[in-house]
Design a protein around this ligand. Structure first.
Ligand SMILES: NC(=O)c1ccc[n+]([C@@H]2O[C@H](COP(=O)([O-])OP(=O)(O)OC[C@H]3O[C@@H](n4cnc5c(N)ncnc54)[C@H](OP(=O)(O)O)[C@@H]3O)[C@@H](O)[C@H]2O)c1
Length: 344
């Protein structure tokens, strides 16, 4: 166990959307960082603000990261593949937000409120889940315990920032163009945009049912992740899960229309009581959450709780901040658990 007041903490991808939020959360929650080592691509000079000081970012290297007690990987699948296993083998607790190892059998995939028991003192590489399914995982967990799960269906409404900084820039460029032309050539016009580089279609004043690339069955990679990661987190290997993932012109916070069919019947008052006391959840009654109301909050927000069309089916509207609970906050909560267990 490292000296807790002087933990050396590396953040790979410190200048990215998740990385910057992560640095803020470490400070807000007074995580005991003795020395911060921020890393970026090294493609240009960059720095981050840490406790009121500007700290320059170094290009990530195994040598520099090996000297850390804890490393957060918030960069890309390729960078995580390069550093994750090597760091864990060198004894560095490594929390990875990429999708590189989430489905690997030796890597715990953890949402602390849902499956903290998946952590082990011997597994130093830990994955955080895809930001789209976090809300469904947190809402489904108390229902799984109380009634068992028979089937899950969802449609996502995913914010642009879920795809990183370059995607956000592409959206803003299109949105500026749209605003400049609004109503000029006709009240219903969408302006012509330059060919998108990050997304498959224009996103401002538009949406599309594709997040990632399509496989042979017609599923896109996000739909595969939602299904397989939820099964792993809930420990429900064969659970039928249908998902359609949609990118929408919202800057931040992912929303879900979610239908959960339980094995045993659960009345609505019981379901509401379960959700009200579930950790990490905020139940909305009388009103419903939106991306604007969930922005910069830590909880998963759930509203419009009602019966579905099938006998044991329940219907929910779920919103969570993809950059906080969907990524950075979840990773910091995992690190806090490691501290609490005195493994770190
Ligand atoms: N965005 C989300 O909502 C979300 C949610 C869950 C998980 N994630 C995952 O979190 C990770 C980061 O996502 P993001 O949205 O923050 O991405 P992003 O905004 O595009 O930021 C990427 C970061 O990685 C750095 N980087 C790029 N190449 C690198 C290299 N070779 N070595 C070291 N650092 C490098 C970049 O540094 P420069 O500044 O030098 O380019 C930047 O700091 C991804 O794995 C993503 O899948 C994201």
């Amino acid at each position: 166990m490292a000296n807790r007041s002087s933990l050396r903490v590396g953040v790979v991808g410190a200048t990215g959307l998740v990385g910057r939020i992560l640095l803020g959360i470490l400070q807000e929650r007074r995580f005991p960082v003795g020395e911060l080592r921020p890393f970026s691509s090294g493609r240009g000079a960059s720095a981050v603000l840490w406790r009121g000081r500007r700290i320059p970012c170094a290009a990530a290297s195994l040598e520099a990261l090996r000297a850390c007690d804890l490393a957060f990987l918030v960069s890309s699948d390729e960078v995580s593949e390069r550093f994750g296993p090597a760091l864990a083998a060198a004894g560095v607790w490594t929390i990875d937000d990429s999708s590189a190892f989430r489905l690997h059998k030796d890597v715990p995939l953890v949402i602390p409120e849902v499956n903290a028991q998946a952590l082990s003192p011997r597994r130093r590489l830990i994955a955080g889940p895809n930001c789209t399914l976090t809300g469904a995982a947190v809402v489904g967990a108390p229902l799984l315990r109380a009634g068992g799960l028979k089937a899950v269906r969802l449609a996502s409404y995913q914010a642009v920032s879920g795809a990183g900084r370059a995607a956000l820039e592409e959206y803003h460029a299109q949105a500026r163009r749209a605003a400049a032309k609004a109503g000029r050539s006709g009240p219903l016009d969408i302006p012509p945009y330059p060919e998108p580089k990050v997304f498959p279609k224009p996103i401002a004043l538009n949406l599309f049912p594709q997040v990632g690339s399509f496989d042979r069955n017609g599923d896109c990679s996000e739909e595969f992740k939602v299904r397989e990661e939820l099964r792993k987190i809930w420990g429900a290997r064969a659970l039928p899960i249908s998902a359609t993932t949609v990118r929408v012109p919202v800057v931040r916070c992912h929303s879900l229309a979610l239908w959960i069919e339980t094995r045993r019947p659960l009345g609505l008052p019981r379901v509401r009581a379960l959700l009200r006391r579930a950790p990490g959840l905020k139940l909305w009654e009388g009103d419903y959450p939106t991306p604007a109301s969930a922005l910069e909050t830590d909880e998963v927000h759930v509203g419009r709780v009602r019966r579905g069309a099938l006998p044991k089916e329940l219907s929910f509207w779920v919103v969570s901040d993809n950059l906080r609970k969907g990524a950075a906050l979840n990773s910091v909560q995992i690190a806090e658990l490691l501290l609490k267990k005195r493994w770190l």
